[in-house]
Design a protein around this ligand. Structure first.
Ligand SMILES: [Ca+2]
Ligand SMILES: [Ca+2]
Length: 258
């Protein structure tokens, strides 16, 4: 017979003792704290932005507290929420989550909100000029509101010439005066003479009548108007741009000042 029996019995008892210990119940695994998680959305100023908690826990996340603008005051207490940023800047977004045993964790992450884009508007064209004889210099006084800047200038000088740049110069070709012959009646001549000898001065129809007719002759206003009409027609026949006789309604006529 071998003499190992007692040892086997002791071993068996130890095993039994171990089994008894198991049977009395292992403490439940420790509760572990939840892990706060969220993906940072892309957010635009003045537009509601959606935040979603992706936090985890060994059991269950039961509480959420969001601070979207980093001021320490909670803005939402649900797993998902939306928030509208009304000013540009960088803000700390933080989410604190809790489980049923009030274990918690917090994730904080910055978000940058860009300023609202500035709307571009068309520039406003303007210029000043100065001429010495036919040589003229031009300066653009055009303006453009931010964010734009004036990129190009395109000038036309009215005689077919063009230029770019903000302050071009241009010399106009001198035009040799041309003689024209206009045939007037004596009355038309007297009316024109009365007007042209005082440029800029308004002459009433009565004054023009006095210039053109003897005192004994009576003509009505429409006669003067007719003479003026014929005068203009005769001058326009040789110079389409003739605008020297101006009508001041209800007052009379005047010769334009040069
Ligand atoms: Ca837990
Ligand atoms: Ca807040």
């Amino acid at each position: 017979m071998r003499s190992i029996g007692p040892l086997a019995v002791v071993t068996g008892m130890l095993l039994l003792a171990s089994g008894c210990s198991d049977g009395a119940g292992t403490p439940p695994p420790d509760n572990t704290a939840p892990v706060a998680k969220f993906d940072m959305p892309a957010c635009t100023i003045d537009v509601p932005c959606d935040f979603v908690s992706t936090s985890t826990d060994d059991a269950e996340v039961t509480g959420w507290s969001w601070d979207f603008n980093g001021d320490g005051t909670p803005d939402a207490t649900t797993a998902s929420s939306s928030y509208k940023y009304t000013s540009a800047g960088t803000f700390d977004v933080s989410l604190t989550v809790r489980d049923a045993q009030d274990l918690s964790s917090t994730k904080t992450s910055p978000i940058t909100i860009a300023p609202a884009p500035v709307v571009n508007t068309p520039p406003t064209a303007g210029f000043t000029y100065a001429c010495t004889a036919v040589a003229c210099s031009f300066v653009s006084t055009s303006t453009d509101a931010a964010p734009g800047t004036i990129k190009t200038y395109a000038w036309t000088f009215g005689d077919g010439a063009t230029a770019d740049g903000s302050s071009p110069s241009h010399s106009y070709a001198a035009i040799t005066p041309t003689d024209y012959t206009v045939t007037l009646t004596v009355t038309e001549f007297l009316i024109l003479h009365s007007l042209a000898q005082r440029p800029g001065v308004v002459k009433s129809r009565d004054a023009l009548m006095d210039s053109a007719y003897d005192e004994q002759v009576y003509v009505d206003d429409r006669t003067i108007d007719s003479h003026i009409k014929r005068l203009r027609k005769k001058f326009k026949a040789v110079d389409d741009d003739f605008e020297m006789i101006e009508t001041l309604y209800g007052v009379g006529y005047r010769f334009r000042e040069a």
